[in-house]
Ligand binder design. Structure first.
Ligand SMILES: Cc1cc2nc3c(=O)[nH]c(=O)nc-3n(C[C@H](O)[C@H](O)[C@H](O)COP(=O)(O)O)c2cc1C
Length: 188
């Protein structure tokens, strides 16, 4: 095993965290909007638009999501990297993150949580299944209700967190769509 070095299990996330880092917007019943950064997520089911997310139970975002059952998942881009870090480094219990970070809330169509105007994609979501939340520190399955894409946006590179405050940005594009027939069959 000379070739491989051992990594503590509690650092494993630094290897697997690669999906696009998201912002989670909420609006609690008292009307306060909030945002957190989130990179622990995965697509679970395509047809119903189910997404698994981990939203720590001690955060203010969790409270609003838990109470209202709704949130917006927004996709920030490369130019927003430092904002994403700073949003994830403070709590909405003490500050208005929309105001602090100069972000613009927009009324959503089906949920009380706002869209974030500066983000490339906004996904209106409701809680689909929260039964495992207590077992896995806020693991919740969300269902996407609407997906809004800003097609005119120039910066389209997404951020991929390495679990330690550093990111990769989207880079090379490899088009192998004509080789993926089996997956295409399932996509119908
Ligand atoms: C890049 C990045 C990714 C993060 N990913 C997650 C995550 O997947 N789940 C989580 O609970 N917290 C994550 N955090 C930490 C939360 O964003 C942070 O605890 C949150 O901002 C708490 O704010 P709140 O109290 O306003 O909800 C992440 C932070 C950063 C900077």
């Amino acid at each position: 095993m000379d070739r491989f070095k051992s990594l503590p299990v509690n650092q494993l996330h630094q290897l697997l965290e690669g999906g696009p880092t998201l912002l989670v917007a909420t609006r609690g019943f008292e009307g306060i909007t909030n945002i957190m950064s989130m990179s622990f997520h995965m697509m679970i089911e395509r047809k119903r638009g189910l997404i698994g997310v981990v939203i720590g139970t001690d955060g203010y975002s969790y409270e609003a999501l838990h109470d209202t059952g709704q949130c917006v998942l927004a996709v920030p881009t490369y130019d927003m990297a430092s904002t994403v870090i700073d949003i994830g480094n403070c709590s909405g219990r003490r500050i208005d993150k929309f105001e602090r970070f100069g972000l613009t809330p927009i009324l959503a169509e089906s949920v009380r949580a706002p869209l974030i105007a500066e983000c490339m994609v906004n996904i209106e979501c409701e809680i689909f299944d929260r039964r495992m939340s207590g077992h896995y520190d806020g693991f919740i399955i969300l269902r996407a209700l609407h997906v809004w894409v800003d097609a005119d946006r120039e910066e389209r590179r997404t951020l991929h967190h390495n679990g330690d405050g550093s990111f990769y940005a989207d880079g090379e594009y490899v088009d192998l769509r004509d080789r993926i027939q089996l997956w295409n069959k399932y996509r119908k």
